[in-house]
Design a protein around this ligand. Structure first.
Ligand SMILES: [Fe+2]
Length: 358
């Protein structure tokens, strides 16, 4: 048996106000003549108070990342070639935002040093060379993108991450003050991404004590935030930020499962945002995660959220086939969820029937 040799994020800072330590953290990584590039979620474009705290020097550049859609390989390729043309290379990239912005930062960092298109690296361990220095700063918590060894991209043929040991950030800054202003629905959907990570990790066949210890802690935190406490209470920001981290750590040494595998197909075709897509799918997974789904429904009710329904009605057979192909391509997710014989359980027909119900 071969055990995973888990590459983690190198450095972590945690604490309220720790964002202001960024300048000092970046200083030793600045290479003469090559700028630091700040990828900032476009949500902050008009937030002058926050923007003025970004320690960009004169030669640095702040680029607002359009996260209206999930990150695409073409967006990564365009930004990479823009930066290479303009600067040759860069000192590093700092991704400030949610999962999409952080994944864009990871992907462009890798593509600066790897030839070709990012679509060539969608898969497991295809990236050949380390990227440039990269820092992740979440302003939205739940996806676990701050800790993951992937950068999830939608390409021409598939939605699949750049999974590699070169993908994790060199540094992350976890400052709970930064998630203060997240709109309520978004906070809920991204929080549920974390909840679903825990359920899928803890009930998967890949589970082990390493993953369980993080998964149980993250699950308990999600339950505190979304069942017991008032989830909009900002005292829970610290807890949510650490739940996202721990949930991410849990799936990093196990895997996600049915909700993610099905939701990837959905967002490949319809562009559904990850957290929303997961909730749409999870709502129909009583057969696989009965306790998790019933607790999920309680949390949805408490939050007063309306999970979208009938999102696949009217799709053509070709479109259903596209979603099914993307989903069934995610072999490790299915194997974790249903075991080695997953193909006998999740047939194309059964998956089609599930997609039709969404
Ligand atoms: Fe997720």
């Amino acid at each position: 048996m071969k055990f995973r040799n888990f590459k983690m994020v190198d450095y972590v800072v945690f604490g309220r106000g720790s964002f202001d330590q960024l300048q000092e953290i970046l200083a030793p990584h600045r290479k003469e003549k090559f700028p630091m590039i700040f990828f900032v979620d476009h949500f902050f474009q008009t937030k002058q108070d926050f923007l003025s705290r970004i320690p960009a020097e004169e030669s640095d550049e702040v680029i607002f990342i359009d996260v209206s859609h999930e990150p695409k390989t073409i967006y990564v390729d365009d930004l990479t070639s823009f930066l290479k043309k303009k600067y040759g290379t860069i000192s590093g990239i700092i991704g400030i935002g949610g999962g999409s912005t952080m994944d864009m930062a990871k992907a462009v960092s890798l593509m600066i040093n790897n030839p070709g298109s990012s679509k060539d690296y969608q898969g497991w361990d295809l990236v050949k060379f380390p990227g440039v220095y990269k820092v992740g700063i979440p302003t939205l918590s739940g996806t676990g993108a701050e800790i993951s060894r992937t950068a999830i991209l939608t390409g021409p043929e598939r939605k699949l991450g750049l999974n590699s040991d070169f993908t994790p950030f060199d540094q992350i800054i976890l400052d709970p003050e930064l998630i203060y202003n997240v709109p309520k629905e978004q906070r809920f959907y991204t929080g549920m991404d974390c909840y679903i990570h825990c359920i899928e990790s803890l009930s998967g066949t890949y589970i082990n004590e390493f993953s369980r210890s993080y998964g149980e802690k993250a699950l308990e935190s999600c339950q505190k935030i979304f069942r017991q406490k008032d989830q909009w209470d900002n005292a829970s920001d610290d807890l949510l930020m650490m739940a996202s981290y721990a949930g991410g750590m849990s799936i990093a040494y196990s895997q996600v499962g049915v909700a993610h595998a099905v939701s990837y197909g959905l967002s490949y075709l319809l562009g559904t945002h990850h957290g929303v897509g997961n909730c749409i799918v999870f709502n129909h997974l009583d057969e696989y995660y009965p306790e998790g789904v019933s607790e999920f429904r309680e949390m949805v009710k408490k939050a007063g959220i309306c999970i979208p329904q009938h999102v696949t009605s009217g799709l053509s057979s070709v479109e259903f086939d596209n979603m099914i192909n993307v989903s069934l391509g995610l072999v490790p997710l299915w194997e974790n969820a249903l075991g080695k014989n997953w193909r006998e359980i999740m047939t194309r027909e059964k998956l089609r029937e599930l997609y039709e119900r969404l």
